[in-house]
Design a protein around this ligand. Structure first.
Ligand code: ACO
Length: 429
């Protein structure tokens, strides 16, 4: 029997249906609230209690530390699938057959050419520009080279646009890094897989034969899979809300990249390493920084700790922690920053402040350590996150358009001045 929620305001009762998801999650459907109550709205800054959509892409249970893409456990996907398979799964709903995967991979390779004029735009940025800003701008600039909005009613047009961006995005990301380092741009190599090719485009030297490294490749693949989607987080909600105005896919993605950049979201992976390095430079006194994080008069926060949804553990952090140890071991790297990270995690996990507030290491706490081991510059960490999140953003954008969701336009409660008469400039005090 379907459940009903009753709201009472000034003695008047209003009933709202409760909808149930496939994992038994309940949500009060308040679509009729304003109409029924004569304009009363809800207020929920940061949307801590607000579901913005129904979605069939990713399920996460923050209390139990569960994360599944299209019903598949993240642990299993990270272990057994590769990034392109996961991208296909997220976007189209099912794991691809061997034939579908080969076609998908070939179609992506076919689109890997980026218009040479894009280089002029890249050249316009100073070397000091943050890669996330450059990547967001270049993604937006792609629209100029691929004009015309995607016909969302056509599966074929949708597929073409998806393949195009999956193909060109790694090129733009790698070029952003190389430009910053003063290296000639690399065009990749069609004979390599998606992740291997990304690595080549980032790291191949003009005077050296590029050699792929399986450990590095596998670690990158895993990291990208773990970042591939996370339901209605800040950047994904941004992509959906920008796309809800029927702005195109690339424009919506460009906005998502900007949202991801912030240190409270994807920018945290860069902030974590900067914090760990600062602790190291300061003599490695972990206790001092724990105290700072707990001090309400100190703006310092332990970066890489806490999550809006995970209140038990972040399953991605668990996988990445062991992957970090494995990669560093395999590559024979000893990183004092990893030791500081481990100490910090141990102290924080036992400290009452963190335990009470359910603040656990999140995905970004360990990912930066692997990126460092792989030779990725610190300011490229969030770009790596964006590369992983791309299929998730695309899947969410596609779902939003196919479900014909209305334009995203929240309400507010106005708390400003009431009606004021205009005062001429010479009479203002
Ligand atoms: N260090 C110290 N205290 C913290 C931290 C932290 N990292 N995170 C939360 N708290 C405290 C808050 O001060 C607050 O304490 P109070 O109840 O005494 O006022 C309490 O824990 C709840 O914090 P909120 O900010 O209300 O939690 P919210 O869900 O809004 O924020 C967020 C989640 C943004 C992730 C937060 O934990 C944070 O800033 N973490 C550090 C940045 C980070 O690692 N971001 C990456 C998130 S994962 C991702 O985007 C991929």
């Amino acid at each position: 029997m379907s459940k009903i929620a009753t709201l009472e305001i000034d003695g008047n009762k209003y009933e709202f249906p409760i909808i149930q998801g496939t994992e038994s999650e309940l949500g009060i459907d308040i679509k009729a609230l304003r109409g029924a109550t004569g304009g009363i709205t809800t207020i929920d800054p940061g949307y801590k209690n607000t579901g913005s959509c129904e979605s069939a892409i990713t399920f996460l249970d923050g209390e139990k530390g569960i994360l599944r893409y299209r019903g598949y456990a993240i642990e299993e996907l990270a272990e057994k699938a590769d990034f392109l398979e996961v991208a296909y799964l997220l976007i189209f709903g099912d794991l691809p057959t061997a034939v579908e995967l080969e076609k998908f991979s070939n179609d992506i390779k076919e689109e890997s050419h980026v218009d040479e004029d894009m280089k002029k735009i890249l050249d316009g940025f100073p070397k000091s520009a943050h890669p996330m800003g450059v990547l967001s701008s270049l993604t937006n600039a792609l629209i100029a080279f691929n004009p015309g909005s995607v016909d969302v009613a056509s599966e074929e047009a949708m597929y073409d646009a998806i393949v195009k961006i999956l193909s060109k995005f790694p090129v733009l990301a790698a070029w952003t890094m190389r430009k910053r380092q003063g290296l000639p741009l690399d065009y990749g190599n069609d004979s390599l897989g998606y992740v291997e090719n990304l690595h080549k485009m980032m790291f191949a030297r003009p005077n050296r034969t590029y050699r792929a490294n399986k450990i590095v490749n596998d670690a990158l693949d895993k990291l990208l899979i773990l970042h591939a989607d996370h339901e209605q987080n800040c950047s994904t909600s941004t992509v959906r809300i920008v796309g809800s105005s029927h702005a195109g896919l690339f424009a919506s993605l460009s906005a998502g990249i900007s949202a991801l950049w912030g240190p409270l979201h994807g920018g945290a992976n860069q902030a974590v390493i900067e914090m760990l390095e600062a602790i190291k430079r300061d003599g490695g006194d972990v206790g001092k920084y724990i105290a700072k994080a707990k001090d309400k008069n100190d703006p310092f926060r332990l970066m890489g700790f806490g999550h809006r949804v995970y209140k038990n553990f972040d399953p991605r952090a668990k996988i990445i922690k062991s992957a970090a140890e494995e990669v560093l071991g395999d590559l024979g790297i000893e990183d004092p920053v990893l030791d500081i990270a481990k100490k910090l995690a141990k102290v924080a996990l036992e400290d009452e402040y963190f335990v009470q507030r359910k603040l656990y290491p999140n995905v970004d706490f360990y990912s930066g350590i692997i990126y460092r081991a792989l030779g990725v510059p610190t300011d490229m960490f969030t770009v790596m996150f964006a590369l992983g999140r791309l299929p998730g953003w695309i899947a969410q954008w596609r779902e939003m358009r196919l479900r014909k969701e209305p334009i995203g336009r929240p309400r507010q409660i106005y708390i400003g001045e009431r009606n004021r008469p205009f005062v001429a400039v010479e009479k203002r005090k």
